[in-house]
Design a protein around this ligand. Sequence first.
Ligand SMILES: C[S@@+](CC[C@H](N)C(=O)[O-])C[C@H]1O[C@@H](n2cnc3c(N)ncnc32)[C@H](O)[C@@H]1O
Length: 286
Amino acid sequence: MAASEPAKSDEYILNRDWRAMARLNQRHHLFKMVQGFLLHPSVSLKAGAKVAEIGGGTCIWAVDLLNELPFSIDIDAIDISLAQCPPKAWLPNNIQLITHDVYQPFPDHMIGIYDLVHVQNWLCVWRNQTSERLIRNLTALLKPSGYLQWSEQDPTINTIVHAPGSPLSTEATEELLRFLKKPQESISFEWVSQLGPILAQNLSLVAFDRQEIRKELQAFWNITVLQGFEELASNLQRRDKTDENASKAAKLREVAERGSAELLNGNGIYTELVVAVVQKSPNSMI
Ligand SMILES: C[S@@+](CC[C@H](N)C(=O)[O-])C[C@H]1O[C@@H](n2cnc3c(N)ncnc32)[C@H](O)[C@@H]1O
């Protein structure tokens, strides 16, 4: 699939075109500005470490990490679709691109070889009924003592905030928030606030932290929220051209348009990012 085409062949509810890539890259920078790291301070990597990024998207985290580290590591950017990655020839030699559906078991040569597995921005991919399989497959990638680092935004705590003196209505922002908490019947986000304990069922919990999207970042964050609405609408319409999808897409666009007038003029969305870091036992045989 060319990078300009929307997702169609898998269950991904967002797109993989250049607009989607712009949103992901912007979110990457915002995650870094909020969290202040690409690697949580509790994670220590040595030269030559092997890292797997799961659902690498545009590869921006992998490229950024290589730029920051004073030593060389190898990164496998694993994704069900490589449509958003730069051409392989433009990537550093120590980033490998691997197409794999992480809900399927990994091949033997990838098992137990990674010092770090990194996951970020999986709100639209996680499903409660398949999460055990997902975590089992990710855990299998880790070496003994290897880390799993996972960062997400927590939509369940989204609330409206106002710039001082803002005279605006909050009607459309409230609609946006209602949608963000439950975009589809099959999707729920309660797992995000439980991510640390969920991962700690099989691995040792090293850190489970929260950071708020500070007010000076509100306007930047909210633009990515509006971009997400546009993307969901266009994915719906292009996936199945039914009248029902056309009307849902039109509704999403209409709420986002009204919401933008509020969000860009003094309304904000209070929310937080969570990061969970867990570690495999040094004695683990699996
Ligand atoms: C919202 S994007 C996040 C990309 C990147 N982690 C970031 O933060 O910019 C989710 C990524 O997961 C990938 N993905 C979705 N389902 C997947 C699956 N079953 N196996 C592997 N990757 C998957 C998508 O193709 C997409 O690149």
